[in-house]
Ligand binder design. Structure first.
Ligand code: AKB
Length: 330
């Protein structure tokens, strides 16, 4: 019987986390949920779940006793601005359902991904968790509200919710969708196609990023930290929240690093509405609370992220080409 639940399991982080949890705990331990989907390629049990549907959650709550929940359902910053109310509705209703139904699962640990989108102007270039939160996107507002609900539920319902404020995530395994930091993944795919890249942010837009491998480790380390250790670091509102820092980079710096490996690569800049979102976000995340509390230490800097991304994407490309050739021969 599965005791680990992932919502939004088909997203950029979900698919990678799902595989990792299956590798560690076995396929019977994990239940993946997301919108209806052909599940044949997934490594564990899958259930279609509209995370905003309270009745579907009630059924789930009766059927399973989850010990860990990773709640990854979210409409991200850029997509959210196209329909702010819809984004609020999905982000908050899904989170309300997790909190409400988790009260049925004794000693269950819950992971809630917050974001750099929780921050807003005016900002120092490096922010810590004590920064006053003034988000300027619907997504950011839902992340701040989500964090506050996490505190409330921990206090009033005795839940154990743990939150990380995440930077943009760079990974070779999956594609992001609907975010303002998505360019930092797209640029690698374009570089490998040997085609010029058009960046929707300006060259000097510096934002915090993290490599997928570091992100997974950060989430799992946070979840493995005893509650008493986290409690010692907590005080006041949004206390169960930690910045997870990786490194900071601008499109121009990322381009220059990729160019070291792909000298012919070219970039053009065509900033769109996402520029305004990025301009309101911090340039650097201060991760010292996580470092002090459970010894967080990112391994991947810009150089290592870039070389590993290119290496991994290149070998994925080779495998796909080989599979295509084999398919054509049969
Ligand atoms: C986005 O760009 O919206 C996300 C985020 C930083 O939370 N990647």
């Amino acid at each position: 019987m599965p005791h680990i639940l992932i919502t939004g399991a088909l997203g950029q982080i979900g698919r990678v986390l799902l595989q990792h949890l299956v590798d560690v705990h076995g396929k019977d331990a994990v239940l993946a949920t997301d919108l209806p989907f052909d599940q044949s390629n997934l490594p564990c049990a899958y259930r279609s779940l509209d995370a905003t549907d309270g009745e579907a959650w009630s059924k789930l709550a009766k059927e399973f006793r989850f010990k860990e929940v990773y709640h990854l359902v979210a409409v991200l910053s850029a997509k959210g601005e196209a329909n702010p109310w819809r984004s609020w509705e999905i982000n908050m209703k899904a989170w309300q359902n997790v909190i409400e139904h988790a009260t049925h699962w004794p000693a269950c640990k819950i992971f809630f991904p917050s974001s750099i989108a929780a921050y807003g102007p005016p900002l120092p270039s490096m922010v810590d968790e004590a920064q006053v939160l003034t988000p300027t996107t619907s997504y950011g507002v839902s992340k701040v509200a989500g964090e506050l609900w996490a505190d409330y539920a921990n206090l009033k319902f005795g839940l154990d919710i743990r939150c990380l404020r995440l930077p943009g995530v760079i990974g070779y395994q999956t594609m992001p969708g609907g975010g303002t930091t998505d360019y930092a993944v797209d640029i690698f795919h374009q570089a490998l196609k040997d085609e010029p890249f058009t960046c929707f942010l300006g060259p000097d837009t510096r934002l915090p990023m993290i490599y997928m491998d570091d992100l997974l480790r950060g989430i799992l380390e946070l979840m493995a930290t005893p509650r008493e250790v986290l409690a010692q670091a907590e005080s006041g509102p949004s206390s169960a929240v930690y910045n997870l820092d990786g490194f900071s980079v601008s499109p121009a710096e990322l381009f220059a690093e990729i160019k070291k490996h792909k000298p012919g690569f070219e970039i053009k800049y065509a900033p769109d509405f996402r520029q305004g979102i990025a301009d309101d976000w911090p340039q650097e995340l201060d991760g010292s609370k996580a470092r002090k509390t459970w010894g967080w230490q990112p391994k991947y800097d810009l150089a290592l992220t870039t070389s590993d991304m290119l290496k991994q994407l290149q070998s994925k490309k080779k495998v796909t080409t080989l599979q295509k050739q084999q398919h054509e021969q049969h």
